[in-house]
Design a protein around this ligand. Sequence first.
Ligand code: NAD
Length: 482
Amino acid sequence: MAKTPITVAYGDGIGPEIMKASLKILLAAGAELEIETIEIGEQAYLRGLENGMDKHAWEVLLRNKVFYKAPITTPLGKGYKSVNVTIRKSLGLFANVRPCVSYYPAIDTRHPMMNVVIVRENEEDLYAGIEHRQTQEVYQTLKLMTRPGSEKIIRYAFEYARANKRKKVTAFTKDNIMKMTDGMFHHMFDEIALEYPDIQTEHMIVDIGTARLADTPEMFDVIVLPNLYGDILSDVAAQLTGSVGLGVSSNIGEEHAMFEAIHGSAPDIAGRGIANPSGLLLAGVAMLVHIGQAEVAERVHNAWKRTIEDGIHTGDVFRVGRSREKVSTAEFTDAVIERLGKKPELLRVVSYANEPIMNAVQKLKDRPKEKKDLMGVDVFIEWDENGRSADRLGERIKALVNTSSLELKMITNRGLKVYPDGSSAAFHTDHWRCRFVSPTPITHAQILELLQRFIDANFDIIKTENLYYFDGKAGFSLGQGE
Ligand code: NAD
């Protein structure tokens, strides 16, 4: 078999110890790897590279496409950018895949049957970091979700399920509240599910879904989620397995991929030879499956399972009564190598298939462009006069536009309709949304003319948001109480 080029970073803290151990096992099992090493992390930060990596490291990453990364230390202090975020964004690693598996009876857990894979969208949602302070009192973050981005991650989850012989994919959203963004994600999920009749599907609202996951994780198989929910859920799920230190994170893009343990660089135990290499080793197993060396991945994973089943444990998972022998990193490494070719007897035997899943994920559905009509505008203003009386504001704005072709439909405060006939009990902040609509399509020039009236009347316009219809369907949500 031809060797696959990979980039390796030994990282900081316990990184070098566990990377050395993991590579020793992978190579002993027959992994065909051409390893090129880069230095990233603490030393690079301290040399003044604010994103923790130099140009050469970046070139190697781009060339090799597959990155096996030990944990790094982000020095405390301002101005350092996370290497992970930089790599994830720059290499287009859109999918974060985290298998969360219990290893009972080898390792204690409250959920012995748990075997869930979290597939998290990794590039969109609230993580664009587009934030503004708009008024004295109000701050905003934009939640941007795209149809192609959602389609890609959902199809990835289904392809992953099929390739790994999993039976069900569940989507979590909050589309009862966010009908546009999460609503679109849910809609895409329903649409793409039709292409996979062999796989069961379900959708849950993220809050109840999380509660169920915490209570009965064995009812889930693969869960696909938008970025923020996925960020939270993947940590919850890892913790529930009872062995967060063994967790694996695969970051997958169309061309590039990065594999790592979910724990950090553990500076408190660095250099003592006692760190558990399992998280990083299992990340190596995921990497081998990704590069088409499924057989070797299987050999390593089964030998590792046999080792922990035999009660050979590093200090972090050692329990009197359950464990047999407390070992160092090097002893654990040798114990796994001794068991290569063996299978676990109590734990489930692993089998992987060399099924490339990215080809299917790359093709997006052809969608005709929808007819887009501009039918109104939301004008957001800061206003803090007249005791913040919604009626007083409403009358002023109505007078302002009485000759305009746009009609004032309503004013909302924190999303709640406060004019006309609004609720008066709620607290009003200094941030108001004035919605103007027209029964027929309007032009941008008409919006500018409307804004000029606001300016002439000395209103502070914070921003505007156009109201569009797509093929006759509103592309905006209604105000609460509208
Ligand atoms: P940590 O995961 O490094 O350590 C938390 C606790 O778990 C410590 O007590 C540690 O000794 C123990 N632990 C972690 N991994 C272990 C292992 N393999 N074997 C045995 N014990 C282990 O989290 P932290 O202390 O919050 O972070 C330390 C540093 O790691 C920080 O600089 C942080 O920024 C960085 N970090 C890096 C990554 C990454 O590179 N992906 C992820 C998380 C944290």
